[in-house]
Design a protein around this ligand. Structure first.
Ligand code: ZN
Length: 286
């Protein structure tokens, strides 16, 4: 079983109000995390000692006294001194916007201002902890292969002519995906494919892509098994998805996309054959 994320919610400094900290502690418990609360008026040294003793992944600092610019960096410094800098530190409370860049520069992973949804805080924590554990077990096994590379084109017939007659690729077939307003050509190249996509309407995502960036590589599709389970895991880890559930795309593939924000600017598709029965039926046509 996967270890639950452990969080220390701590109140450094002299202010005597912990309602906000208690609300956050409970909200993170509701998100499935184990939360330890230090109580009021802790020194940075006490907080760091508790964090190490409790073996937490994250420290959430809450400060209302205005002394955050001294207290928060001191927690970071002590963590480093004790070799515990792998603990993620986040902050909240009454913190003026102009102090945030300084605190983040000092090593606070993120400052959450009042009004942040606790769900967003929890997602951020999951994402950060996963990132820190980068050298540990990956979230999932490797996709099988690159199933295809999607290229946005203005004129499908001309593009197909180029790829088949100039480059010698084998045309697998044409298909129109009404729901996506695209006409698609699949070309075979070794174990993978090139998918040429031509918009059939201005509402098409491909039309918008071409209008913004011109023709070019639109997405990379990774062939996977357990597609839904993988999407769930990614979502749970705080990875931004375009949609939570796959839908039927071209070539009898169930498709789902990861947001380019999460993938260094590349639209990544996870795809899986809808099912083998449909596959053989489809293959017969060619
Ligand atoms: Zn695709």
């Amino acid at each position: 079983m996967e270890r639950k994320i452990r969080v220390l919610v701590a109140k450094p400094g002299l202010d005597g109000h912990d309602r906000g900290a208690l609300v956050i502690a409970q909200a993170l418990r509701d998100e499935g995390m184990e939360v330890v609360y230090t109580g009021l008026r802790q020194t940075p040294a006490q907080i760091v000692a508790s964090a190490i003793q409790e073996d937490v992944d994250v420290i959430g600092l809450s400060c209302l006294s205005g002394a955050h610019n001294e207290l928060f960096p001191e927690v970071i410094r002590l963590l480093k001194e004790q070799g515990a800098e792998d603990i993620v530190v986040i902050g909240g409370g009454v913190i003026p916007d102009e102090d945030i860049p300084f605190l983040e520069e000092q090593g606070i992973a993120k400052i959450f201002t009042p009004g942040t949804k606790t769900k967003d805080t929890a997602d951020f924590i999951r994402h950060k902890v996963r990132e820190k554990q980068g050298s540990a077990e990956p979230l999932m096994s490797s996709p099988e292969k690159i199933e295809h590379i999607g290229i946005a084109v203005k004129n499908l017939d001309e593009s197909v002519k180029f790829y088949t007659q100039m480059l010698g690729l084998k045309l697998v077939g044409f298909e129109t995906v009404e729901s996506e307003h695209v006409r698609v050509a699949f070309l075979e190249i070794g174990e993978t494919h090139i998918e040429l996509l031509e918009p059939t309407s201005e509402d098409s995502a491909i039309a918008k892509f071409i209008a913004k960036k011109g023709e070019g590589i639109h997405h990379i599709a990774l062939k996977v098994d357990n597609q839904q389970e993988r999407l769930n895991k990614l979502k749970e880890a705080g990875v931004q998805l375009i949609s939570d559930t796959p839908k039927l795309g071209a070539h009898n593939n169930m498709v789902a996309f990861l947001h380019p924000k999460a993938t260094n600017g590349v639209l990544l598709e996870l795809c899986q054959k809808a099912d083998t029965a449909e596959l053989s039926d489809h293959a017969d046509k060619h």
